[in-house]
Design a protein around this ligand. Structure first.
Ligand code: AMP
Length: 355
């Protein structure tokens, strides 16, 4: 299946990633329709049409899919049932329902990564306080308890140490299915953003170093300060993951880098990723364009790095600075969100550097 220009790409999700995908799609001559619960959403503002509906509204999803030549996602917590409804209409869905389903459950995700030969931090599935007590004893006192589902930007996580009250931690998480992970004393965090085309070709971006503050990505810096073999290992593992998932589109695989250069995968996102927001400015082809090319069945563009770059997220009040100041600090992208809220991603800046 390959699209002609003028065809329509449907985007499940209505956030900034959808907005930037729509921009890349428009440049290549495609129409876009977004679907999500938000009124006046970042994606809805720029797509030719927006369906304001919930992801379990199968009538709205069917109507949406009937106007699209392919449907993709910009938000990984779109219910798998929404993807299945789209697929049942005969409209192709890329990257595929399986990738969404695996990425939505931290236990399934870890199993899938390990089956693909991608090492992770030690972990245990937790379904009860008894499981937590046993796993905490087995994995050592320094650990992180995370919800299996619906966690993002560090939400749904409790850090545990020697004298933690496990019953309180279990209650704090809402006594819901969870995962306990051993705490990794990493040197730094990197991510490998990669595009895989419908023909199986891949375009791997240089891994970026990711700096988080309060669980939210603050900066992505490229090239990451890691040895060449560590960077290429991250790309190889990301390529293997996309192949195992029979994936079409852009995916990001996040890693912890240990002091000896060993890589432990943390999680993957089946979509374009915040840690790849520097790619349009710094690479031959940006992540949004490559995702659109992939889901359209078009050949991928090269991911080669043309410049070093630093991407800085504008979070909450960061975006209240005078626009002149923001423009003076780098290439500015704003997401069209009128309301500033603490922790809300409002836009980002990209500063280029010589390689
Ligand atoms: P996550 O939601 O899993 O991406 O976690 C958010 C952030 O918490 C990560 O980017 C890390 O900085 C930190 N983190 C998550 N899991 C671990 C772990 N097992 N060991 C150490 N730090 C972690």
């Amino acid at each position: 299946m390959s699209l002609e220009y003028g065809d329509t790409i449907g985007i499940l999700g209505d956030g900034q990633l959808g907005r930037m995908l729509a921009g890349a799609a428009a440049r290549l001559g495609f129409r876009t329709i977004s679907f999500g619960p938000g009124e006046d959403s970042p994606a809805g503002q720029v797509c030719g049409r927006h369906f304001t509906a919930s992801y379990d509204d199968s009538a709205a999803l069917t109507e949406f899919a009937s106007h699209c030549d392919v449907v993709t996602v910009e938000f990984e917590n779109v219910p798998v049932s929404a993807a299945e409804t789209v697929i049942s209409t005969g409209t192709p869905f890329r990257p595929g329902a399986n990738a969404l389903s695996v990425a939505q459950d931290r236990v399934e995700e870890k199993r899938f990564l390990e089956d693909a030969g991608i090492a992770c931090a030690p972990w245990r599935a937790i379904d009860s306080l008894e499981d937590l007590i046993a796993a905490h004893a087995a994995l050592g006192p320094d650990a992180i308890l995370k919800t299996r589902r619906d966690g993002y930007d560090g939400k749904g996580q409790v850090r545990l140490s020697t004298d933690s009250d496990l019953a309180a931690a279990w209650a704090e998480l809402g006594a819901q299915p969870a995962i306990l992970e051993g705490f990794v004393a990493f040197k730094l965090e990197i991510s490998a953003v990669i595009a895989r085309g419908a023909d199986g070709a891949v375009a791997a971006y240089a891994p970026s170093r990711n700096v988080h503050e309060g669980g939210i990505l603050r900066r992505a810096i490229v090239p990451a300060p890691v040895a060449t073999d560590v960077a290429s290992k991250a790309q190889t593992l990301a390529a293997r993951l996309t192949e195992r998932l029979d994936y079409v589109g852009v995916l990001a695989l996040e890693f912890f880098v240990l002091a000896d250069g060993k890589l432990l995968a943390n999680e993957f996102a089946p979509r374009v990723h915040n840690s790849g927001h520097w790619t349009p400015e710094a690479c031959m082809t940006g992540q949004f364009e490559n995702h659109i090319r992939a889901v359209a069945g078009w050949p991928l563009g090269k991911a080669s790095l043309l410049h070093g770059a630093e991407m800085e997220n504008l979070i909450g009040e960061d975006a209240a600075a005078p626009v002149e100041d923001l423009l003076a600090r780098g290439h500015l992208t704003l997401y069209g969100k009128r309301e500033i809220r603490p922790g809300r991603k409002m836009g980002h800046l990209v500063r280029l550097r010589p390689l």
